[in-house]
Design a binder for this molecule. Structure first.
Ligand code: AP5
Ligand code: MG
Length: 210
C-alpha cells in the first residue's frame, strides 16, 4: 500500500445489489480500508431495538431520516479502526447527506458500481447474509446454513419483492442525483458492475489507479 492510501476516504454508490458490500470487503482485504455499511449499522440497531424498524419502516424499503443516519456515520468514523482509511457504503445517498458529509470529512473518490435494475432484482432474490460477520452470499457463492464464523445466515427483510421495488425507486430518485454532485467536484469514478465479482474488482482497482 502506498502511504497516500492510509487516509483513503472512498464512497461506494450503486443500486441495490450492485455489489457495494461485496466489493467493500475485497477492498478491505487488499488495502486495509474499513468498509462501513450504513445498512449494516441500521440492522445492528434494529437487532437491539426492533421498535426502530417499526418506527422508520426500513424493512419495507424506506429511508432513515437524514439527521439520524448522519449522526450514526459521524460517530462511527471517529472510531480508532477507521485510522487506515475507510469506505462508506450506502452513505451518502441524498444530495443533502453529501453536503453534510463535506462539512465533516474530505472525500477522496466517489465510486459508482452500476448495474441495471433487472440484475439487482436477480441478485437480491438470491442474497443471504451472516448475522455475525456480515459476510454476503448469493449467486456467486452459495450460502451455507451456518457461516464459518459461527453466525446465522439469513435473508434480509428488505429483499422481498415489494421492498426491492421501493428501494430501487428511491435509488433512482434520491441517490442518482449525487453522481452529478461528485462529478462537479472531479471525484466521480465509474465501473460497470456486470461480470463476475473478480472481474468487477479488477475494474475497480483499475479506476483507482491500482
Ligand atoms: P443497505 O444495506 O445499504 O442496502 P442497499 O443500498 O439497498 O444495498 P444492498 O446492500 O442491497 O446492495 P449491495 O450493493 O451492498 O450488494 P451486495 O454486495 O450485498 O441499506 C438498507 C436500508 O438501510 C436502506 O433501504 C435504508 O432504509 C437504510 N439506509 C441505509 N443507508 C441510508 C442512508 N444513507 N440514508 C437513509 N437510509 C439509509 O450484493 C448483492 C448480491 O449480489 C449478493 O448476494 C452478492 O453475493 C451478489 N453479487 C455481488 N456482486 C456480484 C456479481 N458481480 N455477480 C453476481 N452476484 C454478485
Ligand atoms: Mg450492502
Amino acid at each position: 500500500m502506498q502511504s497516500g492510501d492510509l487516509e483513503m476516504r472512498l464512497i461506494l454508490i450503486g443500486p441495490q445489489g450492485s455489489g457495494k458490500g461485496t466489493q467493500g470487503k475485497l477492498l478491505q482485504h487488499e488495502y486495509g480500508w474499513l468498509p462501513i455499511s450504513s445498512g449494516d449499522l441500521i440492522r445492528a440497531r434494529i437487532k437491539n431495538d426492533p421498535s426502530f424498524d417499526e418506527k422508520y419502516g426500513i424493512s419495507k424499503g424506506n429511508l432513515l431520516p437524514d439527521d439520524i443516519i448522519t449522526q450514526m456515520i459521524k460517530e462511527r468514523i471517529k472510531e480508532k479502526d477507521c485510522e487506515k482509511g475507510y469506505i462508506l457504503d450506502g452513505f451518502p445517498r441524498k444530495i443533502k447527506q453529501a453536503e453534510v458529509l463535506d462539512t465533516m470529512i474530505k472525500v477522496d473518490y466517489a465510486l459508482l458500481i452500476d448495474v441495471p435494475d433487472k440484475e439487482s432484482i436477480k441478485r437480491l432474490s438470491a442474497r443471504w447474509q451472516c448475522k455475525g460477520c456480515n459476510k454476503i452470499y448469493g449467486l456467486n457463492e452459495a450460502p451455507p446454513k451456518v457461516c464459518p464464523c459461527g453466525g446465522e445466515v439469513y435473508q434480509r427483510e428488505d429483499d422481498k419483492p415489494a421492498a426491492i421495488k421501493k428501494r430501487l425507486e428511491l435509488y433512482h430518485k434520491e441517490t442518482e442525483p449525487i453522481l452529478g454532485y461528485y462529478e462537479k467536484q472531479g471525484k466521480l469514478l465509474k465501473v460497470n458492475g456486470k461480470g463476475t465479482v473478480e472481474e468487477v474488482f479488477e475494474k475497480i482497482k483499475k479506476v483507482l489507479g491500482k
